[in-house]
Ligand binder design. Structure first.
Ligand SMILES: C[S@@+](CC[C@H](N)C(=O)[O-])C[C@H]1O[C@@H](n2cnc3c(N)ncnc32)[C@H](O)[C@@H]1O
Length: 309
């Protein structure tokens, strides 16, 4: 079922996040493969809030506080699954803050993404961005994890969270409020550039070949590279002189050549300095069985820093 927030959902989500923060709830989201393995080993109903909001396990109405159940019903955050109820949202922790996103499995085209890439992306921002009281733009913000983490860590005073997914921006707005940071959400797809520049621009674009064309995953043509290249080129128009562009992204490697880095080197003008490093040499190895990746040796997770202009 698709999660369509009813009018009451705003207040309910705010209350739910505040409640989980107060309870010191925490959950680290693993890869979908690890999540699936966990569910196969644990074919049972939920016994804890982590089971419900982390592992997306179904639960019996008798298993949770009546007022929490009423809250979830009011927000339409659950649906029946046989005799049990299935959560439609997940809540994950990152750097001491909580982020609401879509429940497992994330099959819908507009599912709200959060995963190991999000943790690597946020860690890259923490490492590379200096402290600042500037304004950061997070392109393809999803749950808002990148921009929100940057502001929480003093890398910017405020964040603009941009995405084409209305549900993601709705959740990102709530995540920013729960983290108590200054942020605004912008629904856009970068075909028209925002009429503004930023002190830093960060992104974790979709980069896979995805037959289902899920917004969080499908990177477009050229083995999933096109979106990352066009967002990076757009970012060169959106960053202030002296500011930083940070791109966290997966890249196919063919005969030793890291394709995303090679394409960006060819397409960025000489006024830009680019430094690319491998954060992880081998991610999503199981995808290499796909025909589209037949000449790809591996997919590397890259951290790319661009400055100049
Ligand atoms: C891999 S997810 C990353 C989400 C988040 N930044 C994170 O690290 O968890 C990519 C995000 O890009 C968004 N997206 C896809 N195509 C887009 C487009 N044309 N314009 C803006 N955002 C887009 C998706 O909706 C999704 O939220």
């Amino acid at each position: 079922m698709e999660l369509r927030p009813p009018a009451a959902a705003d207040q309910v989500l705010a209350e739910l996040l505040d409640r989980l923060v107060a309870l010191d709830y925490n959950f680290v989201t693993p890869t979908p493969a690890t999540h699936q393995r966990y569910l196969q080993r644990n074919r049972r109903r939920a016994r804890s809030l982590r089971d419900i909001f982390g592992w997306s396990l179904p639960f019996s109405p008798a298993d949770i506080d009546a007022d929490l159940l009423a809250l979830l019903e009011r927000g339409a955050f659950i649906e029946p699954q046989g005799h049990w109820l299935r959560p439609l949202i997940r809540v994950s922790s990152l750097g001491g803050a909580l982020f609401v996103h879509s429940a497992f499995p994330t099959l819908e085209r507009d599912a709200v993404f959060f995963g190991p890439d999000t943790y690597r992306f946020a860690a890259f921002i923490m490492r590379e961005l200096p402290a600042s009281d500037g304004h950061i733009l997070d392109i393809g913000a999803g749950s808002g994890a990148g921009g929100i983490s940057a502001v929480r860590a003093g890398k910017a005073a405020r964040a603009t969270l941009l995405d084409i997914n209305a549900r993601a921006l709705w959740m990102a707005g709530h995540n920013a409020r729960a983290a108590n940071i200054a942020a605004e959400t912008t629904m856009a797809d970068l075909t028209a550039l925002p009429d503004q520049t930023y002190d830093a621009v960060v992104m974790n674009p979709p980069y896979m070949v995805d037959g289902e064309h899920r917004q969080y995953r499908d990177g477009g043509e050229d083995r999933g590279l096109d979106l990352a290249v066009s967002w990076t080129l757009a970012a060169t128009h959106l960053v202030k002189p002296g500011g930083q562009i940070l791109v966290y992204c997966g890249s196919p490697v063919v005969e030793g050549e890291v394709l995303l880095a090679a394409r960006l080197m060819g397409e960025l003008g000489p006024e830009w300095r680019m430094e690319a490093s491998e954060i992880d040499p081998d991610i999503f190895g199981e995808e290499l069985d796909r025909e589209e990746y037949r000449d790809v040796e591996r997919i590397a997770a890259l951290g790319i820093r661009i400055e100049g202009g």
